[in-house]
Design a binder for this molecule. Structure first.
Ligand code: MRU
Length: 360
């Protein structure tokens, strides 16, 4: 008997009409506190993205779209210039985080929607309303994209597969059911017995705090390990596949994801475990071919020296804290997208998928 379709937490929603606001799960408090954060202005949205109240590449894109609407709607209420306020909101959100390309993809989409509406003669409240429609459309398409990734990815998972994942690329990282976890949820709903090893994901523990929490909620068996245990777990034959998400994929197929992903890919190659990446085409940076050109966010040293609620390193120690790394394409078995699975990604195969998805 297939398991009941798992229910997924609603990461963020637009509540109300043009006078509404964004309600999001405050992810920094998980798993011990499940609280909702109400975001009513552009600076609050920039802050929520920056401090990871909302995180994960697709969710950041959806949040940014709504952030633009907050700026536009505020200007419409105040009788100010909505197009100008939209541009200012885009500029403020643009610098909230540097690596996840979905942020820039969503902001470019909002900018284009604004320009098209202005060209049609819209302004004031009707322009702000058009922008709300666009942000809701970004959210709806992300939901559908996740579902399709789940469908395509579940085909790679046999009954009994145990998957290792890194960071959180589940429902809480998207506007839908997730990217890396979507194939897991879909396979589970199809009645396949699938289970997950979750890397805890130092330093902010998205794997321990968020992936384990949402898999437990969905009734998918999950086992938590520290990051340093992934190779050991593979050497013991405990996992048959790795699936991770991505913050930015180049047109050449190099994959940027949470720090530690590259090591997982190396360990997977050594042990002959397939290494899959699940991501929407909005995560592909069509401007870049080589992964070395991806800007990597560096975060505060305190995330490492004082990240677990107590100081765990001597005062004044030098710290290096890159939040992401790049896995070269030759370590990637496949990229699972909404238009299908790109096996052994290369420039040609990525461009072919981008064409099918209407992104080139
Ligand atoms: O710093 P975060 O928590 O935003 O990093 C998230 C990740 O690295 C995810 O794996 C990635 O964004 C894919 S989310 C579907």
């Amino acid at each position: 008997m297939p398991a009941p379709a798992p229910s997924h937490p609603e990461t963020l929603t637009w509540t109300g009409g043009l006078d509404g606001h964004v309600r999001m799960i405050e992810q920094t408090l998980l798993p011990t506190r499940h609280e909702l954060l109400e975001v009513r202005g552009v600076p609050e949205m920039v802050d929520a993205i920056r401090r990871l109240a909302v995180r994960g590449a697709p969710a950041i894109g959806v949040a940014a779209g709504y952030g633009v609407v907050l700026g536009a709607a505020g200007a419409a209420r105040a009788g100010a210039d909505v197009a100008q306020a939209t541009g200012e909101a885009i500029d403020a959100l643009w610098v909230s985080r540097p690596t996840a390309v979905n942020l820039f993809w969503a902001l470019d989409r909002m900018r284009a929607a604004c320009a098209a509406a202005v060209a049609e003669g819209l302004g004031g409240q009707s322009l702000a309303e058009r922008l709300l429609e666009e942000a809701l459309a970004i959210h709806a398409s992300d939901r559908e994209t996740c579902r399709l990734i789940g469908e395509h990815g579940a085909g790679l998972l046999e009954d009994g597969t145990c998957i290792l994942t890194h960071c959180n690329a589940g429902a809480l990282a998207t506007g839908g059911m997730g990217t890396a976890l979507a194939p897991v949820y879909t396979a589970h709903a199809q009645g396949k017995r699938v289970s997950v090893y979750a890397d805890e994901t130092r330093p902010l523990l998205q794997g321990a705090r968020i992936t384990c929490w949402e898999l437990q909620q969905a009734g998918v068996p999950v086992t938590l390990i520290t990051d340093g245990m992934a190779a050991r777990v593979m050497s013991e034959g405990r996992v048959q596949a790795v699936i991770v998400g991505s913050d930015r994929i180049t047109r050449g197929g190099d994959v940027c994801n949470k720090i530690g992903t590259f090591q997982v890919a190396l360990a997977a190659r050594h042990h002959g475990v397939p290494f899959h990446v699940a991501a929407p085409l909005s995560t592909v940076d069509t401007e870049l071919i080589e992964g070395r050109d991806i800007p990597i966010e560096e975060r505060a040293p305190e995330e490492i020296t004082c990240g677990l609620g107590r100081q765990t390193a001597p005062e004044g120690v030098q710290v290096y804290n890159p939040a992401f790394d790049v896995t070269p394409r030759d370590l990637v078995t496949s990229i699972i997208t909404e238009v299908g699975v790109v096996h052994a990604p290369s420039l040609e195969r990525m461009e072919e998928a981008l064409q099918r998805g209407g992104r080139m």
